[in-house]
Design a protein around this ligand. Sequence first.
Ligand code: AMP
Length: 475
Amino acid sequence: MTKFSDLKLDPKVLKAVEAAGYESPTPIQAGAIPPALEGQDVLGIAQTGTGKTASFTLPMITMLSKGRARARMPRSLVLCPTRELAAQVAENFDVYAKNTKLTKALLIGGVSFKEQDALIDRGVDVLIATPGRLLDHFERGKLLLTGVQIMVVDEADRMLDMGFIPDIERIFGLTPFTRQTLFFSATMAPEIERITNTFLSAPAKIEVARAATTSENIQQGVVMFKPSRKDRASSEKRKLLRALIEQEGEGCSNAIIFCNRKTDVDICAKSLNKYGYNASPIHGDLDQSHRMKTLDGFRDGSIRFLCASDVAARGLDIPNVTHVFNFDVPSNAEDYVHRIGRTGRAGRKGKALMICAPNDDKNFADVERLVQIEIPRIENPIKVEKPAKTEKPATDVSAEKPKRTRTRKKPEAKADSTPAVVETEVKPETAPVVEDTKPQRNAKQNNNRRDNVVVGMGDHLPSFIAMSFEERRAS
Ligand code: AMP
């Protein structure tokens, strides 16, 4: 087995790696570090959780230890698709470069230009950036990319999903032709292949695991969820999520809950909080400082549940996540692999549970096709909770549905903190949920209409027809 000491890394880097507690290089590190140190381009096909950040950061620090940064001319550039991922690479850099004097700047949206300009003006060895913010700085004339010797593109397939490929091509064009490129992607979509063919020169190709491979450390399961009624699907789904969390007991010390839509991320977090679960949302509509604070809280354990969208959570390195819950089946099958890859990292065990609603069937089939396994079906835990003696056999979650009277008493319910009532409150205007009261109102309207039936007039009954003879004469 390869040892870190075999990799010709700078002794200061080796010391930092040792301090980080790493015993031996991961396969992507063992494969990518030697060619990178020889100045070769690298094409790494690896997903997050494989140790790929260190596979480019360690050789970069080693190579940059000779030479000095010049004002406004960074010596190396790391491009990341999201702010969180960029911030995480920056944190990794701090850990691995702690015994060196190398400097870095993080250029991400949501942070003031002034602070970032000041850092760049002083000169940085490593610039870690999202493509949009980097180009903003460039266009404001604050930055020159002609001094870039090493350029890293991280999570290129996510860049593609987010529409960043034209920006990436432009940035490639602004850096010197002679630069070294370290390029990482979990998959090799045709567009990614085209970019690598254009901008990489005879790269060493290291593929550690196909993107479709889910880690053996992750126990997977899916509940095939059938709401009792269409208009109750959302609240019943949230109830099912709570039941799944409960079922996992203390083993579920923290979890990421993925939703497909940002509105659902918010609803989910709000709902969990109302039920006494400590949850916070993270998605692209929240401002950067808020997102960072949430992430820090999740890392230090003060937040137990992180409700997340794909983009915000992509590539996050949170080593001790015990569970991933897929509140929705992802519409892009590869996101399933990325989502569940948040757990079972660095040799630990993890669990990934998913809720599959009837209209998720097609997406679910795509996921199973991609991962090439049949994801074990698990029983709906709400069924188990059903009281033994029921008069009529209620089907799964419908047995738990809130009584109509509760919803009718909604104004009073606000003061009441019992969870069953609260659930109706968390439905915001945006939630595609029809309140229980609506069918009642409709029923009432229908009854009224039935009392006044005028055959053959359809719904467009002219008002004078419904008047009495006296009324009509008087008008
Ligand atoms: P990454 O794929 O870069 O997001 O890394 C995933 C996790 O693996 C991070 O928590 C790293 O700190 C950790 N890690 C990276 N390299 C090693 C290693 N050689 N041994 C043990 N853990 C590592």
